[in-house]
Design a protein around this ligand. Structure first.
Ligand code: S3P
Length: 186
């Protein structure tokens, strides 16, 4: 299979982290989760970053992490190494970040129905600062954010995969890997 890097983008709860881990296991590639990178860089969890520095502080750390990653991925790619990058839901929304992601690799946009997203994010809504104030009606907030964001995800995506009906992240990983292989063979 191709030696390109794979970048997963999409809204919270669409499976970027779990599916990214599963793809990287199958391809024996390195998995990078930008949310985890931001947490390591800042030395604290995302809700704490939002609480102390606001969304702006988080976005600034995210940008730094992404730029560092881009230089690493460039080296890896030239050495025929593969990276699987799981981004945060808001990472691709800034045009600068979108450009960086595009240079890293093929962009796979994960989507899911609003019901599926709400079910998945409700498991740990406290860890999600953009939703945690909307416990009474998370679906409405999810719909609003999707309305603002979907055109940006779509503009950046090379592929789109709806993850609502996959039973496990590994099932989604198998599907995505074969989709990319088929595209490569064309
Ligand atoms: C965010 C999504 C989160 C995390 C942060 C902001 C967003 O990542 O980066 O809470 O703006 O949608 P996940 O999509 O991995 O949950």
């Amino acid at each position: 299979m191709q030696e390109k890097n794979i970048v997963l983008i999409g809204f919270m709860g669409t499976g970027k982290s779990a599916i990214g881990r599963a793809i990287s296991r199958r391809l024996k590639a390195l998995h990078i989760d930008t949310d985890h990178e931001v947490e390591s860089y800042k030395g604290c969890k995302i809700p704490q970053i939002f609480a102390t520095e606001g969304e702006e502080g988080f976005r600034s750390a995210e940008r730094t992490v992404l730029n560092n990653l881009a230089s690493r991925s460039n080296t890896a790619y030239k050495g025929s190494f593969k990276l699987v990058v799981s981004t945060g839901g808001g990472t691709p929304l800034k045009p600068d970040n979108a450009g960086v992601l595009k240079r890293i690799g093929d962009i796979v946009w994960l989507t899911a129905s609003v019901d599926t997203i709400v079910k998945r994010v409700s498991r740990n809504i406290d860890q999600r600062p953009l939703l945690s104030g909307y416990r009474d009606n998370p679906a409405k907030r999810v719909e609003e954010l999707l309305y603002e964001r979907n055109s940006k995800y779509a503009a950046l995506a090379d592929y789109n995969v709806d993850t609502s009906d996959f039973t496990t992240p590994d099932d989604a990983a198998i599907y995505i890997i074969s989709m990319l292989k088929l595209a490569e063979e064309k």
